[in-house]
Design a protein around this ligand. Structure first.
Ligand SMILES: [Zn+2]
Length: 197
């Protein structure tokens, strides 16, 4: 990635502001308890509720407009791609509100929403590197608890179609387009992947 740390930091700041999103550490227990109550974490995770320790240390989790970072995550600028994934969940929340939450609770809906989120991250990777990162079932289970095998496969199939258009320069997610706009204004030389228009 040819962006400097300062540029990545600035881009992250811009994206969080653009989507009225907040990042909190998972050891900020007061906040996570409050947010978890509002958004009903148990309903999100269904039967596969992760153990507290796993939840706190391993996963990035987005609830409404709040992105929870795992403990010990370091500077946000080092997590640009996962942030783009999580920011797409924030976009989905603002776009669809309650129906997003309901949709996320169905396995099919969750598979599709995860595919969109991962597409956002893949588009940004494409813009900055000109290569397509892995998007196999393993990468999709980034959330671990979020998808069973069949629905992870559904997500992978959706992404398989997506990467063909991304490789032809089609950037279509909210976050992908926002990053493209930011890059054009602030760091046009860092755009490495082909963009169609
Ligand atoms: Zn996700």
């Amino acid at each position: 990635m040819s962006l400097s740390v300062e540029q990545r930091t600035e881009m992250v700041r811009h994206l969080l502001k653009r989507y009225a999103a907040f990042v909190r550490d998972k050891d900020d227990t007061e906040v996570i308890r409050a947010v978890a109550e509002v958004f009903d974490v148990a309903a999100f995770f269904g039967a596969g509720v992760p153990s507290t320790d796993e939840f706190l240390t391993r996963y990035w989790t987005t609830l409404g407009p709040v992105i929870f970072a795992p403990k010990g995550h370091g500077p946000l600028a080092e997590h640009l791609l996962v942030l783009c994934h999580e920011l797409t969940h924030v976009v989905q929340f603002w776009r669809d509100g309650l129906s997003f939450a309901i949709r996320y609770c169905t396995r099919k809906g969750r598979a599709e929403l995860e595919a969109e989120a991962e597409r956002g991250a893949i588009e940004v990777a494409w813009l900055l590197t000109g290569t397509l990162p892995a998007y196999d079932a393993l990468a999709i289970t980034r959330h671990g608890y979020a998808l069973d095998e069949a629905h992870a496969a559904h997500t992978v199939n959706l992404l398989h179609t997506a990467v063909t258009s991304i490789a032809n320069g089609v950037i279509s997610t909210d976050v992908g387009l926002e990053v493209l706009g930011w890059l054009r204004q602030n760091a046009p030389d860092a755009i490495v992947g082909k963009v169609a228009s």
